[in-house]
Design a protein around this ligand. Structure first.
Ligand code: GLV
Length: 313
């Protein structure tokens, strides 16, 4: 029987598929498995089902000479040393497609929440400071007729764009590759930053995209613009963002991801015009179950000697 390490509880129906064919070593802690324990428990395993909070580095890979598959329960895979895994003949898989629509919905939830000041309003009500309806209370900004600037138009960026028409927004995008994208305007990054009213990030975290949104990029944005990040925290220089918001160089930011999760740059806490949520974009019961299921199906395929369903590109 194969041996599999699963680093966090998965839905029981999904775990049952693994247990039916393999010995499953399940880490049951509430937080991420400590690095040392990951190295110790992966030894002797044939497959690893892991999360984006697990750093699967050379040390982990070297600790598991019989490993054949690493299945990340996430579409992003910056937590895995993919090149090294490949050099050791290990298949790495992720969970694309199944989370696209839920992340796109959530991106719009953030766009609407930050432009209509939902969390500010909620804080006001909870503090008991609401004095009643007023013509000028917490006025937001409309989306109709404005430009949504997408940085990255893979599956998720495109699904975000597909919803823009419902809010009357035109779409511009910037992409490293020349791509076909009807109904949206291709712009160089600088131009996109200068002209967009909402800038939303949909790139993977790579050495090229780390701090793509730095002080310089933030100073390019309109003072009336909003930044949305549902991609990966380190794509934005968080300290620079806090500085830009403090100096009113942009109107606001909505963040689902952070540079050093679960740590949040302390300067962001004091700002009203920033919405902070805890990495929830794919977080529906349906989608998280589908992600876990796809990761498990990938492991089962590889252990059965077949091709993985969704190997990382
Ligand atoms: C979540 O952030 C994911 O990459 O799936």
């Amino acid at each position: 029987m194969s041996a599999i390490l699963v680093t966090r509880k998965l839905p029981s129906s999904v775990l049952a598929k693994l247990s039916a064919v393999a010995d499953v070593d399940l880490y049951t802690g509430e937080a991420a498995i400590p690095a040392e324990e990951l190295r110790a428990r992966v030894a002797g395993k044939d497959a690893l089902v892991c999360l984006l909070t697990d750093a699967v580095d050379r040390g982990v890979i070297d600790a598991a000479p019989s490993l054949k598959a690493i299945a990340n329960v996430a579409v992003g895979y910056n937590n895995i040393d993919v090149a090294y895994a490949r050099s050791r003949g290990i298949v790495v898989t992720n969970t694309p497609d199944v989370l696209t629509e839920s992340v796109a919905d959530f991106t719009w939830a953030l766009i609407l929440a930050i432009t209509r000041r939902l969390s500010e309003g909620e804080r006001l009500v909870r503090r008991g400071e609401w004095k009643g309806w007023a013509l000028d209370l917490l006025l937001g900004t409309e989306l109709r007729g404005k430009q949504l600037g997408l940085i990255g138009v893979g599956r998720i960026g495109r699904a975000v764009a597909a919803r823009a028409g419902a809010f009357g927004m035109r779409v511009a995008y910037t992409s490293r590759r020349e791509i076909e994208f009807a109904g949206a305007e291709a712009l160089p990054l600088d131009r996109l930053l200068l002209t967009s009213d909402v800038v939303s990030l949909h790139v993977p975290l790579t050495p090229d995209t780390r701090h793509l949104i730095d002080k310089r990029a933030l100073t390019r944005m309109k003072r009336s613009a909003y930044l949305i990040n549902t991609a990966r925290g380190p794509v934005v220089d968080e300290a620079a963002l806090a500085w830009a918001l403090q100096h009113h160089l942009l109107a606001g930011a909505a963040l689902d991801v952070y540079e050093d999760e679960p740590v949040v740059h302390p300067d962001l806490f004091g700002l009203e015009n920033v919405l902070l949520v805890p990495h929830l974009a794919s977080g529906t019961t349906e989608t998280r179950t589908a992600m876990a299921d796809l990761a498990v199906e990938n492991v089962l395929a590889v252990l059965a000697g077949g091709a993985p369903l969704t190997p990382v590109p």
